[in-house]
Design a protein around this ligand. Structure first.
Ligand code: BGC
Length: 780
């Protein structure tokens, strides 16, 4: 529909009617309006699955590999396929817009939410985001790159002021958004929680109006992050189009009054609404409800399981290998680690979904080969977590009346959501479930005070809030747990007086072995096997929205476990089940290391396929791995006086390591061995295409990622870091040679200089497998 026709619809509405549409109707829905021909629309979180309209007990939905794992394939084809498949997941649930991809950068490795974001590099991030958006929107589902902008850490995320100079903002943090806008025209974007240089992202007229909607000519809808909007007039004037969630919020009557007083011009409101109607038209919510396809795969269908296995395995990254990998299928294997049994398949926070299953490495490897002995490992979690069982949920209001009585398919329940249409707010809840007998760890999650009863014993428990983040307790609730021995199946009951908005839940799992016993058992199993595979890593306690990390060390005694096993085993393979950098003090003690990300619902099958070489783990790191805590160009995530200063400027990640602003990393961005071996020929340049012959000198077909970096000439200035300017992936048969062409992206070959772009025209183009392994170069 052309602008004029949209304008006519806008003009037909009163001011109140217009403003009413510019705040959500509920947590994840928008209002319709018959006179405007507008159908209600539904949004759902991504980016690793489409959770749907509910935080807990929603429909079972496909759980995808996390963003860093997908990005590690360095393939835009992969990102586009993910966008397409997520669109199918959305369509199955009648969702119009999926809230992703996350295109913030890995500025410091401590960022809790890096698992959701692609990379430390803006070019790689931008291209992957554009491909994801293209794949999704080709199916008529809107994408929503987020969070605009400078939202690289979680600490005090609602109030922090990210202080970033213009050049850094342009060259690093805005670039993924710019590329996504230019190459894929996303139908929506999300404004961040934080301030940028003293002004809230939701009120950032420079970023939102001047750059995004002005300079880049973007016509889409800019929504706020959830509960981020702080004002009526300044946000409406600052380029924000839609307040989420609803139905309450700072707009409504206050925005009508702001128009009436002249603070906001009505044409500003009209522009917001025009963008909303354009979105509706694009997703099929204008004039008639969309016809939803119903012939789509379920998350448990073979086709989806194959896709999710392949997407995960191909991004896994071989960091070390003395030849033990791929594993011989007939080898006797000791598989060790708590995360072998309880593999972390996803991160925590709004990206989490209710998956149909999460295949552990133990189940995956046992399904793929005989001769696997599984041994539990040391503890990896410090906190209680909700169990995987259904529970009875009774909610009571302040009057004491029972206001809801249901059975939840999950042992967690969200309380206090705007769309929970209850007769009165919840003051108390009673959760109960039958748990099996034997040695059990039981407990409760949430904020408030609880009486927990089990097996004749009763415990009074205080669950204090652990976060001043509005969603913090909700996304990672506090908990309490204890170990009991039960004669037989018993009723676990938690009677909770609600303290605050939170997710509440029950804990019940077999009591795990103590760490000393686990290490001793692992060492004994390692001695008896030909190969020992140890799975170590992080959990949703570290890889989560709303909280940052304070160390990159593996939690618990996992390092000790690896060293003990490596000393006893004939061959040791370590699988790192984490999305983001961890320290590996044992890396010289082991024979192979495979970084496996958070691999999604088919995780264990993907790890097995990668270890056995059924699918090549052809990933290359998307972020540099520091050698020690503190040794990265940017580290701190804790604001000082409310300000988080990006004082490393443009020297983020590998750009900073290469400029010696930190000790060399343990592993470079771009590093990854795959199962091939490569020799490189001479590098040539014609126009903007770099060409090089690569030969796969191994005996296996393999995939190479040819990376081109620009090392600017000193004449361009003494503050121009090396940067990725293009790459290409290529599949090459064993023993074959292939000429690879890499097109250089002009958007990486420029610098923001005194308020304008200046092209960089002199320097050297380095062809590298990560900057620790440069294979050739050519002068620009
Ligand atoms: C997150 C967003 C998310 C939104 C809705 C916020 O806390 O920052 O990324 O889309 O919640 O769940």
């Amino acid at each position: 529909m052309d602008d004029e026709r949209l304008d006519e619809r806008v003009a037909a509405l009163t001011l109140e009617r217009k403003v009413r549409l510019l705040t959500g109707a509920s947590m994840f829905t928008l209002r319709g309006d018959d006179d405007a021909g507008l159908e209600p629309m539904a949004f759902s979180d991504g980016p690793t699955g489409v959770r749907g309209l509910h935080f807990t007990d929603g429909p079972l939905t496909g759980l995808f590999p996390n963003a860093t794992l997908l990005a590690s394939s360095w393939r835009t084809e992969t990102a586009e396929e993910v966008g397409r498949l997520l669109a199918e997941e959305a369509e199955r649930q009648q969702i119009h817009v999926v809230l992703g991809p996350t295109v913030n950068l890995h500025r410091t490795p401590l960022g809790g939410r890096l698992f959701e974001a692609y990379s430390e590099d803006p070019l790689l991030t931008g291209h992957l985001a554009a491909a994801y958006v293209t794949g999704m929107q080709a199916r008529g589902i809107g994408a929503c790159p987020k969070h605009l902008v400078a939202n690289e850490a979680e600490t005090d995320r609602h109030t922090v002021d990210s202080v970033v100079d213009d050049r850094t903002l342009r060259e690093l943090y805005l670039l993924p958004f710019e590329i996504a806008v230019e190459d894929s025209d996303p139908w929506t974007l999300m404004a961040a929680y934080n301030d940028v240089n003293g002004i809230a992202a939701t009120e950032q007229t420079t970023v939102n109006n001047e750059i995004l909607k002005g300079e880049w000519g973007w016509r889409g809808l800019l929504m706020s992050d959830w509960f981020a909007t702080k004002s009526a007039g300044p946000a409406a004037n600052g380029g924000l189009d839609l307040v989420m969630p609803g139905p309450l919020g700072p707009w409504g009557p206050a925005l009508v009054a702001a128009v009436e007083s002249g603070e906001v011009d009505e044409t500003v409101i009209d522009d917001h609404l025009r963008r909303l109607l354009l979105l509706a038209e694009r997703v099929g919510a204008l004039d008639a409800p969309r016809g939803w396809r119903t012939d789509l795969p379920e998350p448990t269908d073979d086709v989806r399981r194959e896709q999710l296995t392949r997407l995960a395995a191909q991004g896994m990254t071989v960091l070390a290998n003395d030849g033990v990998l791929p594993l011989a299928r007939e080898a006797s294997v000791a598989l060790v680690g708590r995360l072998a049994l309880e593999t972390t398949c996803m991160g925590g926070g709004s990206a989490s979904v209710r998956a149909p299953h999460q295949v552990s490495v133990a189940d995956g490897l046992a399904a793929a080969m005989d001769g696997v002995t599984v041994v539990d490992g040391v503890a990896v979690r410090a906190r209680a977590r909700a169990g995987d069982f259904s529970m009875h949920v009774r909610l009571y209001g302040a009057s004491g009346a029972l206001i809801s009585d249901t059975v939840s398919g999950e042992a967690k329940v969200a309380v206090g959501m705007p769309e929970q249409e209850l007769a009165e707010p919840v003051a108390r809840l009673v959760l109960s479930a039958t748990v099996p007998g034997g040695a059990m760890r039981v407990g409760v999650l949430g904020v408030g005070s609880a009486t927990v009863t089990i097996g004749g014993a009763s415990y009074d428990v205080k669950l204090a809030s652990e976060s001043d983040d509005i969603g913090g307790d909700f996304l990672r609730p506090p908990g309490w747990q204890t170990d009991v021995v039960l004669d037989g199946p018993s009723e676990l009951v938690a009677d909770i007086t609600v303290g605050a908005l939170s997710r509440f839940g029950l804990v019940a799992e077999p009591t795990p072995p103590g760490d000393d016993a686990a290490i001793a058992a692992a060492v004994a199993a390692a001695r008896a096997a030909e190969v020992t595979v140890v799975v170590v890593g992080l959990t949703e306690e570290q890889e989560t929205e709303a909280f940052d990390k304070s160390t990159l060390a593996l939690p618990g005694r996992q390092d000790e476990l690896v060293s003990a096993v490596a000393a006893a085993a004939r061959r040791t393979v370590v699988v790192v089940n984490a999305a983001t950098p961890v320290l590996m003090p044992w890396r010289d003690e082991v024979d192979a290391i495979v970084w496996a990300g958070l691999p999604g619902q088919e995780g264990g099958h993907a790890v097995a396929a990668a270890l056995l070489g059924d699918i090549e783990p052809a990933g290359r790191l998307v972020t540099s791995f520091p050698a020690a805590d503190g040794e990265s160009p940017a580290w701190d995530v804790v604001p000082t006086d409310g300000r988080l200063t990006y004082d490393e400027g443009v020297y983020v990640g590998y750009r900073g390591y290469a400029a010696r602003r930190a000790a060399p990393p343990a592993y470079w961005f771009g590093e990854g061995l795959g199962y091939g071996e490569w020799s490189y020929g001479e590098v040539t340049l014609a126009g903007s295409v770099v060409s090089v012959e690569v030969t796969n000198t191994s005996t296996r077909d393999s995939r190479e990622v040819v990376q081109v970096y620009l090392q600017p000439d000193p004449s361009e200035g003494d503050d121009q870091p090396v940067r990725l300017v293009g790459w290409s992936t290529v599949d090459v048969f064993a023993g074959s040679t292939h000429t690879v062409d890499v097109t250089i992206d002009a958007r990486a070959m420029r610098t923001w200089d005194d308020g304008a772009w200046r092209p960089l025209t002199s320097g050297r183009l380095l062809v590298a497998r990560g900057l620790g392994d440069i294979r050739g170069e050519v002068a620009l």
